[in-house]
Design a protein around this ligand. Structure first.
Ligand code: URA
Length: 213
């Protein structure tokens, strides 16, 4: 599995403001959106393309365009929705599928409660949006779901990650037989006993959209 921690001062600056508990929801949403666009640039480095001919006002040239089938962007509900606009800004012709996953806060097990995805993902490159790679349970389950439908190349974009989650992904997805990558703005120290990333930024869904009781 490829793990890329984006190393850029603008990314580090925006991440620091996101972490701040005094940052309000509107600012948090705007910064998350901007961060995803920066991460998307790195995450799409190996997006599939094909050669095309183009006529400039001066001469004929060769160029490239995104290959078919179009890439599929999959935000994991609820918090992944806060990353969708930032991703689509860079990849406006991608298709979007939705995957609703919930984590049981006691067992920390992830399960699917909703999905809106093509039945056949054969030959599709997928970009999964999940802000927090914490225990890795949700992301591992989401990736397995996409692979079972035929996806053959998956990159997860996460605002923050924990080493425990990365290790679990490596272990659980070992032998999957397709390329899987993670692009993240930061690799934090560890998880606490509630499965939160430390120092992290708290509950990403709550900070984006408010607390749900
Ligand atoms: N989910 C979050 O929103 N925050 C964490 O720190 C871990 C999981």
């Amino acid at each position: 599995m490829r793990i890329h921690v984006a190393d850029h001062p603008l990314i580090a600056h925006k991440l620091t403001v996101l972490r701040d508990k005094e940052t309000d929801s509107p600012t948090f949403r705007r910064l998350a959106d901007e961060l995803v666009t920066l991460l998307a640039y790195e995450a799409t480095r190996d997006v599939r393309v094909e050669q095309v001919a183009v006529s400039t006002p001066v001469a004929d040239a060769s160029g490239i365009k995104l290959a078919s089938p179009r890439p599929l962007v999959v935000p994991i509900l609820r918090a992944g929705l806060g990353m969708l606009d930032g991703m689509m800004r860079l990849l406006p012709t991608a298709e979007v599928g939705f995957l609703g996953m919930v984590r049981n806060e006691e067992t920390l097990q992830a399960s699917t409660y909703a999905e809106r995805l093509p039945d056949d993902l054969s030959g599709r490159q997928c970009y999964v949006l999940d802000p927090m790679l914490a225990t890795g349970g949700t992301l591992a389950a989401a990736i397995r779901f996409l692979v079972d439908r035929g996806a053959d190349h998956i990159t997860a974009i996460c605002l923050l990650s924990a080493p425990e989650g990365c290790e679990r992904l490596e272990k659980e997805l070992d032998g999957l037989g397709i390329p899987v990558g993670v692009v993240t703005a930061g690799m934090d120290e560890r998880l606490n006993d509630k499965g939160y990333i430390v120092p992290g930024l708290g509950d990403a869904g709550d900070r984006l959209y408010g607390v749900v009781d």
